[in-house]
Write a protein that binds this ligand. Structure first.
Ligand code: HSE
Length: 430
């Protein structure tokens, strides 16, 4: 019986778990695939570290040589980042290997080229682990929903920021204090930029939008705003509205008056009502809500990060591509036939929570309301609280374009009676 050979690129938290599961579940994996899978090489950055369970002779620091060996059936790439991962994956394709990757940044930047190279080589590129860790999401969107029409993907796809916002919500802590705790507990990395500024979620949003809408979407197409400006006051204001603040990835299809369809993809903090299923996603968990024409509303929930959960997704892909190899077939590749236009944030239509510091005197409320009206932004509710000499004014709008809201806020900033725009937050999920 043929043995399928696997090269593992990267042996950090995820790679270690992939190797461990490949060893401990070897018999089951062989039975499910129809042939044994053998770990044929492990590329690492530093050779002299203890790697329990991985025989020394498999370890190499020369990843480029490993993928070029010619006898490798599947390359598992869990090193992350753009280079050398991209060159290694392209070289793996050139040498006839299928690739399983967890690399969201690379797929969001260069997915089309990678898919093209895989198709040209007649091999697979699978990446379930790139979005939301263990949660099956890529395959349901790409395969289970292939006969349906997905209209919206709304999700919490970054565990670090969900942990921070949840901590702020449950304890009243400010952003910095909650980040400190996330770092101490190992949820946030020493440099948390990719998570807290929304880069990680934006890459995932690009991947999800591309698959959901059969359209090429890159990270650059995704509007991105992180959580660093979210304040304890925002969280308290959300509570007052029976809502909670979450960092959301939102991918939407919309149609213009003449029926022309387009899409948007965005990542930003937003208030969602406590009654929305995403409001109850606590700690570092992820969840993604998918709305499709025929299926209706679907919710996917689970651990979005961590060694074992991410390895679970990698192993699922490994089984799939090994089965394809044995059957001399390939699975679904890129589907971008729809080529829908990806619209800018200005065109997004949603609701807004605008918090202003204003002078507390006659006519100010009317003046503020007039500015909203002049830009076609209809007000839903207004909450005012007087302080010494000034007042806090919270305006929640009906649906309006981001462009109209931005123009409104720009003009509000010019008013003498508006002493400051304390925060603007989008309101979603209603
Ligand atoms: N850093 C990510 C998170 C996990 O916090 O969810 C990997 O994408």
């Amino acid at each position: 019986m043929r043995t399928l050979k696997v090269a593992l690129l990267g042996c950090g938290v995820v790679g270690t778990e992939v190797a461990r599961i490949m060893t401990t579940h070897a018999a089951d994996l062989a039975a499910r695939i129809g042939a044994p899978v053998e770990l044929a090489g492990v590329a690492v950055r530093r050779a002299n570290r203890p790697r329990p369970g991985i025989p020394d002779h498999l370890v190499t620091t020369d990843a480029a040589e490993l993928v070029k060996r010619g006898d490798i059936d599947v390359v598992v790439e869990v090193i992350g980042g753009i280079e050398p991962a991209r060159s290694l994956i392209l070289s793996a394709f050139d040498h006839g290997a299928s690739v399983v990757s967890a690399n969201k940044a690379l797929l969001a930047e260069d997915g089309a080229a990678l898919h093209g190279a895989a198709a040209k080589a007649g091999v697979d590129l699978y990446y379930e682990a790139a979005v939301a860790g263990a949660i099956p999401l890529i395959r349901p969107l790409r395969e289970s929903l292939a006969g349906d029409k997905v209209n919206r993907v709304l999700g919490i796809v970054n565990g670090t920021t969900n942990f921070i916002l949840d901590k702020m919500d449950s304890t009243g802590a400010g952003y910095s204090e909650a980040l400190e705790e996330a770092t101490a507990l190992g949820y946030a990395e020493a440099d948390p930029t990719a998570d807290v500024e929304g880069f990680d979620a934006a890459a995932k949003a690009a991947i999800l939008a591309g698959i959901a809408f059969h359209t090429r979407v890159t990270a650059e197409d995704v509007f991105r705003e992180g959580i660093t400006e979210v304040t304890a006051a925002d969280i308290a204001s959300a509570k007052a509205m029976n809502s909670v603040v979450k960092l959301l990835a939102i991918c939407e299809r919309s149609a213009s008056a003449d029926g022309t369809e387009s899409v948007t993809a965005r990542v930003h903090p937003a208030m969602i009502p406590l009654t929305h299923p995403l409001a109850n996603v606590r700690g570092a968990y992820n969840a993604v809500f998918v709305e499709a024409d025929a299926a209706g509303q679907l919710m996917f929930y689970g651990p979005g990060a961590g060694g074992a959960p991410t390895a679970s997704a990698v192993l699922g892909d490994l089984v799939a591509v090994c089965r394809n190899k044995l059957g001399d077939a390939t699975g679904p590749g890129e589907s971008a036939y729809a080529q829908l236009t990806v619209n800018p944030m200005d065109d997004v239509v949603t609701r807004y929570h605008v918090s202003l510091d204003v002078a507390d005197k006659a006519g100010v409320l009317a003046q503020v309301a007039t500015v909203f009206a002049e830009h076609g932004v209809s007000i839903d509710t207004v909450r005012q609280q007087g302080r010494e000499g000034d007042a806090s004014l919270v305006v929640v709008t009906h649906r309006a374009t981001d462009a109209a809201l931005s123009a409104t806020v720009s003009e509000l900033r010019t008013l003498d009676n508006v002493r400051g725009v304390a925060s603007i937050m989008r309101v979603e999920g209603e």
